[in-house]
Design a protein around this ligand. Structure first.
Ligand code: SAH
Ligand code: SF4
Ligand code: F3S
Length: 442
């Protein structure tokens, strides 16, 4: 292949950070077939959509996106493929439903992609590959990185065993499986050599890291070891399940300086009745105790969360419980969603589904409440000097740079470009709902 003209890959990614990471792997793996990313679907030889299925709306995005490519298939013979969680969920049905689709590949089959694409190029077959494997994909297929970056995602596990009653993830990502820590540590060392300053460890439930691996180190020990890698200045991880957040992990924030003082700890609901129906396996009181401990042991830690409104059977008083929990905790930020019934999940079959207009109203009320809290917490940072890892130019104003604080706030500030990739001190001058503005010190 060397020397021959490269082919264009147009890739669209929906969903969570795990999907973004998978998309990076896809780009890296397809380089072997001489594909390079292009920003125009019209000129691409291969169009791939990496999909999310967590809510109906996310799944729907696939169908509206695909519709735009039908014409390209007819005019240019572009190869079109769908991967990710909807691919896993729908499998062959996608090929049947969409006649111009060439390829469906599931969440365990990313490493097979070069083989599959080559087969389609050569034989013009239509392929669906959605098997689950009990073995993890080879480490080489994880440890792919895309050039000069300041921040990198690192997959430390895949899948989930929790089966929360509303959630499709265990069905589309399979059983929980951790990667070996020595392979991950090697990967992080290589990233550090290439100039990466911040790593975010990814898994649906990182607190149970190593569960399926005999003799594997604990997650806190793993964090300590990453903390010794030269060049890596910041460590983050996501997501933590509240039921598995241990005291040892809380104290690790103190031991490992490089661990950023932010944790994403999805609560979903403040009502014990709903938490039980969601099968979250903690109570409101358990959650509040953990938050209290986090705040006590790690002063100033930023806490973010996810909430679902309108879970089946959620009454007004349950919703009030969620509001009161938000007031009590004062999260730095939240992601909130209307419950969406998903195929295969228990909650989709429950009676007492909440009407759409009630869900909408509750979401609005909850978001309004949180907006005030977020702004108040952002304002409390005005006047403070915070360390910011500079990620690049600001999107809104290219005379400004943008980066994040340890507590995960976006900060924009005027400064010369050569600071990109460095950690600098910024005085916070003005707080907004979703970002901060500041000026650089020194
Ligand atoms: N593994 C993570 C999150 C996975 S999905 C965790 O356990 O927290 C991200 C978020 O999507 C969830 O936290 C939840 O708030 C939301 N979500 C998942 N399924 C949903 C559904 N059926 N309807 C609405 N929101 C959902
Ligand atoms: Fe879904 Fe629950 Fe697993 Fe998170 S822990 S991915 S919400 S089943
Ligand atoms: Fe979506 Fe799959 Fe992630 S369902 S949220 S892309 S694990």
């Amino acid at each position: 292949m060397q020397g021959s003209k490269s082919k264009g890959l147009y890739l669209t990614t929906f969903g969570c950070q795990m999907n973004e990471k998978d998309s990076e792997r896809i780009v890296g793996l397809l380089k072997g077939l001489n594909y390079r990313l292009t920003d125009s679907a019209d000129k691409a030889d291969l169009i791939l959509i990496n999909t999310c299925s967590v809510r109906e709306k996310a799944e729907y995005k696939l169908y509206s996106t695909l519709g735009r490519y039908k014409r390209l298939k007819e005019q240019r013979g572009t190869i079109i493929g769908v991967g990710g969680c909807v691919a896993q969920q729908e499998g062959e049905r996608l090929l049947q439903r969409i006649p111009y689709l060439d390829l469906v590949f599931g969440t365990h089959n990313i490493h097979k992609l070069p083989e599959l694409v080559r087969e389609i190029e050569e034989k013009r077959l239509r392929i669906c590959k959605t098997e689950f494997y009990t073995e993890l994909e080879p480490d080489e297929s994880f440890a792919i990185d895309e050039g000069n970056k300041v921040k990198a995602y690192v997959s430390i596990m895949r899948g989930c065993d929790n089966f929360c009653s509303y959630c499709i993830v265990p069905y589309v990502r399979g059983r929980e499986m951790s990667r070996r820590s020595d392979a991950i540590l090697d990967e992080i060392r290589r990233l550090a050599e290439k100039g990466v300053k911040e790593v975010t460890l990814l898994g649906q439930n990182v607190n149970s890291y190593g569960k399926n691996l005999e003799g594997e180190i604990s997650f806190p020990e793993f964090l300590r070891r990453i903390g010794t890698i030269d060049g890596i200045e910041r460590i983050r991880f996501t997501t933590s399940h509240p039921k598995d957040l241990s005291d040892e992990l809380i104290y690790t924030f103190l031991e490992v300086d490089k661990l950023c003082n932010h944790i994403h700890l999805p609560v979903q609901s403040g009502s014990n009745r709903i938490l039980k129906a969601m099968k979250r396996r903690y109570t409101r009181e358990d959650y509040l105790r953990k938050v209290e401990k986090l705040k006590k042991v790690v002063p100033g830690i930023a806490i973010s969360t996810d909430c679902i409104v309108g879970f089946p059977g959620e009454r007004e008083e349950d919703f009030e419980d969620t509001l009161s929990l938000l007031k009590e905790v004062e999260f730095d930020s939240i992601f909130s969603f209307k419950f969406s019934p998903r195929p295969m999940t228990e909650a989709s079959k429950m009676g007492d589904q909440v009407p759409e207009e009630v869900k909408l109203r509750r979401l609005q009320v909850l978001q309004d409440l949180q907006k005030g809290i977020t702004l108040k917490k952002n304002r409390a940072l005005e006047g403070r000097v915070l360390k910011v890892l500079v990620e690049g130019k600001s999107k809104k104003d290219d005379r400004e740079l943008t980066g994040r604080t340890e507590c995960n706030r976006v900060v924009n500030f005027p400064a010369p470009e050569d600071l990109i990739g460095r950690i600098v001190e910024v005085r916070i001058e003005k707080a907004f709902a979703n970002s901060l503005k500041g000026s650089i010190i020194g």
